[in-house]
Design a protein around this ligand. Structure first.
Ligand SMILES: CC(C)(COP(=O)(O)OP(=O)(O)OC[C@H]1O[C@@H](n2cnc3c(N)ncnc32)[C@H](O)[C@@H]1OP(=O)(O)O)[C@@H](O)C(=O)NCCC(=O)NCCS
Length: 153
């Protein structure tokens, strides 16, 4: 069943008109969500912003920045009720494929050491730890480091 659902989901360019739905997911799944302004800026900057919809319903999205032979995955999110059904892996596949198409040789991303679900997804996909950024993220008390992961394409 889940394999069928993720295969039916559709990738589309994210638009300003998607942002209310995007923000509803973003606010529900992150302790420190992006603001609507962060998404609007990403759209204006020409970053690769995509939605992932299943029968019209927004299930997930990503924001990818690709330049000079490298890509940076800035945001990849799946709505909570749809998690653990293969959508994250399918959307990551789309993001990596797009990065490759745009000429990137590597994709980089940051992840919180406390975010076991995301680390599970990324390491299973072949990402490897390449660096640690100290105090990169805001946290409930102080700051949290970021693991920098990279995938050769
Ligand atoms: C991380 C996230 C994108 C994963 O999406 P998903 O659709 O649930 O992931 P999938 O169902 O494709 O899972 C793929 C693999 O990732 C790992 N994984 C996913 N969720 C996990 C969890 N809660 N705990 C442990 N491993 C997990 C597993 O290895 C899983 O494979 P399996 O289900 O066969 O065991 C999703 O949980 C999410 O949006 N989380 C909140 C936002 C976030 O943290 N984004 C990443 C920021 S860097």
């Amino acid at each position: 069943m889940s394999a069928v659902l993720k295969d039916l989901a559709e990738l589309e360019p994210m638009r300003e008109g998607d942002l209310a739905e995007v923000m509803a997911i973003e606010n529900a799944i992150y302790s420190h969500p992006w603001t609507q302004g962060n998404f609007a800026d990403s759209l204006r900057a020409g970053y690769e912003c995509r939605t992932w919809r299943l029968a019209g319903e927004l299930v997930g999205y990503f924001v990818l920045m690709a330049a000079a032979g490298e890509a940076h995955l800035l945001n990849l999110s799946i709505a909570e009720p749809h998690q653990r059904r293969g959508h994250g892996a399918a959307l990551l596949q789309e993001a990596a494929g797009l990065a490759r198409k745009l000429g990137a040789q590597n994709v980089f991303l940051e992840v919180r050491p406390s975010n076991r679900a995301a680390q599970g997804l990324y390491t299973r996909f072949g990402f490897r730890k390449v660096a640690l950024r100290r105090g990169y993220y805001p946290a409930h008390s102080g700051r949290e480091d970021a693991l920098v992961l990279s995938l050769p394409l």
